[in-house]
Design a protein around this ligand. Structure first.
Ligand SMILES: [Zn+2]
Length: 269
């Protein structure tokens, strides 16, 4: 059984800094493989709180280097490898997370996973047992490398559109997703931060037409406007089943793309 556990749903500096929503990224269990996606601040603590054992992890993936996506990458890499005593696992991250002037992945920690560190790029594909992890599209997000990612498993595709401003081509690149997670940080566009807003999400969904869209990574504007209400409006406008992630939400990935029902959300607590 495959599922996503949303460790936290905070996006944007103020929601993260004040923990108005929890942060920490997503734990994916795909066909028996445990993958950590964007381990932001609090990831380790949230895993323990939710009964998820970091030593079970097989892989950590970063979409980009911003602190709300990468803060806990080092401690989670250490924890994945049993404190470095049981080297295993892999790490996939954009080049600027690994090299350049200011890498976010510490070099000594890489030894704990036998330097199984790979660059995320558009078109790159990495294999983890039955799961394919693919750099689907280079996004446009301030001055960092940010990517949309696809996870293919059990004849299904889970897509993830990380932080980006809108541009034509996102919807086309994410066309074949059964599930599509979209980071929607703001309500109004601000070029200083370069994030998707609800109107952008609608444009993406009208082209991508996933089986289900899951909104995530909410900044203060979105929290105040109630993510569930926004999801409801987006679903009405696009015809795409759309939900808003909640802290601790578990989403089972057991449906074929065309199926639809409204009993998908289950909360750990
Ligand atoms: Zn970012």
């Amino acid at each position: 059984m495959s599922e996503i556990v949303f460790l936290g749903t905070a996006g944007g500096r103020m929601v993260v800094a004040n923990q108005i929503r929890k942060s920490g990224g997503m734990w994916l269990d795909l066909d028996g493989n445990a993958i950590l996606l964007d381990p932001g601040p609090g990831c380790l603590v949230r895993c323990v709180e939710l009964g998820l054992k970091p030593s079970r992890l097989d892989c950590i993936v970063l979409s980009h280097r911003h602190i709300d996506h990468s803060n806990d990458v080092n401690i989670m890499t250490e924890a994945m490898s049993g404190g470095g005593f049981k080297p295993k696992g892999m790490l996939i991250a954009p080049w600027d997370c690994l090299e350049g002037n200011d890498p976010v992945v510490l070099k000594y920690v890489r030894k704990y996973i036998r330097n199984n560190v790979f660059a995320l790029k558009e078109g790159a594909k990495y294999r983890l047992n039955g799961v394919s992890i693919e750099g689907a599209l280079r996004l446009k997000h301030s001055d960092v490398e940010s990517y949309a990612i696809k996870f293919r498993f059990e004849n299904k595709t889970l897509g993830y559109i990380a932080d980006t401003k809108y541009f034509d081509g996102i919807g086309e690149a994410m066309k074949d997703c059964d599930y599509l997670i979209i980071n929607m940080v703001r309500i109004t566009y601000d070029d200083r931060f370069q994030h998707l807003i609800p109107g952008d999400v609608e444009k993406v969904l009208k082209v991508a037409k996933p089986g289900m869209a899951i909104l995530n990574h909410f900044g203060m504007q979105v929290v105040k406007a109630h993510p569930r209400d926004i999801a409801f409006r987006i679903e009405k406008t696009t015809g795409v089943k759309t939900i808003a992630a909640e802290d601790g939400m578990r989403l089972k990935l057991d449906r074929a793309r065309a199926e639809e029902d409204s009993t998908l959300e289950r909360f750990i607590k």
